[in-house]
Design a protein around this ligand. Structure first.
Ligand code: RFL
Ligand code: PHB
Length: 388
């Protein structure tokens, strides 16, 4: 089998790229290790930047997003009884859009067959070959049968644990990483949200986040030690802790109910500074991970694709290589800025016991500054809404 572009991974970045290439008449195939149903069941991001919304609009796949997505004018930070309601819309002219990654994935997956986006699910043992040259190929196994696809380019959209980044020789790649000493316990429940906006809470017990998927479905998170086990967190304990950490302003408006999903995810900052090696490009979580504070992961995956898709299209239409040569530097510039913001908000809002009392006092002083400074709020608002 042949394809101009072989995409590894059918998460949001792989599916968006597959659609953009199909829209431009470029022959691409997506190889996904998991069954489609598994990909759809992952509960992850919720907050979208305008650039991510724009890609879905460009694909004409934003009907449901426009109808069901929630637009917010504010984002809030809270520190016990202090509430800092940042007027994002007033300060930047842009809204925060809340629409689940699960819904984006569904919209992209549902439209794939009619748009000619070929996706092969349950592709096992995907391996990349001859990536340093101009005729790379990929092998995989499906239903016990070995397959080979020859292409011009391979794009690794296979997330942090994928095979694409690992195909780059160690001497050609470099990375930086910071692992945080805690994770996020997430809970999804069919109860109305406690606020009209997304709320990030700093508390001596640890960070908490109140978010939503709709007016009747809430998504909350709690900072927990990395070693924590989900079995130790029955729903009641989660709700009690959320009420404490979100503080008096929200405690009374939290509606409790049975969880539909709960899980613990570790937090890390990771940037692989080689996003192109020969005929292989990396995009999304395959190349970088941000802690979820700030909601940047999915948006960075989308912006990588926003740079890469036109570059590949220009290559196939006009043999123009300027875009593909500029991809790594354009993408990394944005990745560093978003990573900085995710790190800043993580450091500001989480409990870092190793930073001691001094660290906690610095957080409180910074929050006090943010509360009183329009300049500080503008900085947070423009980063939250997404830098170009
Ligand atoms: P994904 O979504 O990980 O998809 C990668 C796909 O590749 C497949 N795969 C393979 N396929 C073939 N062969 C192999 N060897 C393969 N290995 C892996 C996988 O099965 C999978 O289908 O990466 P992608 O597309 O780059 O998308 C990245 C986003 O999913 C991620 O950045 C966000 O979810 C991060 N994130 C958030 N981002 C935001 O922009 N806003 C948010 O509000 C937000 N909240 C979050 C988040 C991530 C979280 N977790 C669970 C870490 C909240 C949480 C709790
Ligand atoms: C979410 O709704 O899942 C969400 C919102 C904001 C974040 C991270 C996750 O920073």
């Amino acid at each position: 089998m042949k394809a101009e572009v072989i995409i590894v991974g059918a998460g949001p970045s792989g599916l968006m790229l597959g659609h953009l290439l199909a829209q431009a008449g470029i022959d691409a195939v997506i190889l996904e290790r998991q069954p489609a149903q598994y990909v759809l069941s992952r509960i992850r991001a919720g907050v979208l930047e305008q650039g991510t919304v724009d890609i879905l609009a460009q694909l004409n796949l934003d009907t449901r997003l426009q109808k069901e997505g929630l637009t917010h004018d504010f984002v809030s930070l809270t520190d016990r009884d202090r509430l800092i309601k940042i007027p994002v819309q007033e300060l930047t002219g842009k809204h925060v859009v809340v629409y689940g990654q699960t819904e984006i994935t569904k919209d992209l997956m549902d439209a794939a067959p009619s748009r000619g986006v070929q996706t092969i699910y349950e592709a096992a043992d995907v391996a990349l070959h001859d990536i340093e040259g101009t005729r790379p190929y990929v092998t995989y196994r499906k239903n016990g049968i070995e397959h080979r696809i020859d292409g011009r380019f391979i794009v690794g959209c296979d997330g942090y644990h994928g095979v694409s980044r690992q195909a780059i020789p160690a001497c050609a790649g470099s990375s930086v990483e910071s692992i945080y000493p805690f994770g996020w316990l997430g809970i999804l429940a069919d109860v109305p949200p406690c606020a009209d906006e997304v709320v990030y809470a700093s508390h001596d017990n640890g960070f908490a986040l109140a978010s939503m998927r709709s007016n009747s479905r809430s998504r909350y998170y709690l900072q927990v030690p990395t070693s924590e086990q989900i079995e130790h967190w029955p729903d009641d304990r989660i709700w009690d802790e959320l009420k404490i950490r979100l503080g008096a302003t929200f405690a009374t408006s939290i509606t409790t109910g049975p969880s539909i999903e709960k899980s613990i995810a570790p937090l890390r900052s990771f940037i692989f500074e080689t996003m192109r090696y020969g005929s292989l490009f990396l995009a999304g979580d395959a190349a970088h991970i941000v802690p979820p504070t700030g909601a940047k992961g999915l948006n960075l995956a989308a912006s990588d694709i926003g740079f890469l898709a036109p570059a590949l299209i220009a290559y196939f239409r006009e043999k123009n290589t300027i875009g593909i040569q500029a991809y790594e530097s354009k993408a990394l510039t944005r990745v560093w800025k978003s990573s900085r913001f995710a790190w800043y908000l993580t450091k500001l809002m989480h409990n870092f016991p190793e930073d001691g009392e001094f660290g906690r006092k610095m957080q409180i002083a910074e929050l006090s500054y943010v509360a009183s400074s329009r300049a500080a709020q503008t900085t947070i608002a423009e980063n939250y809404i997404g830098l170009l």
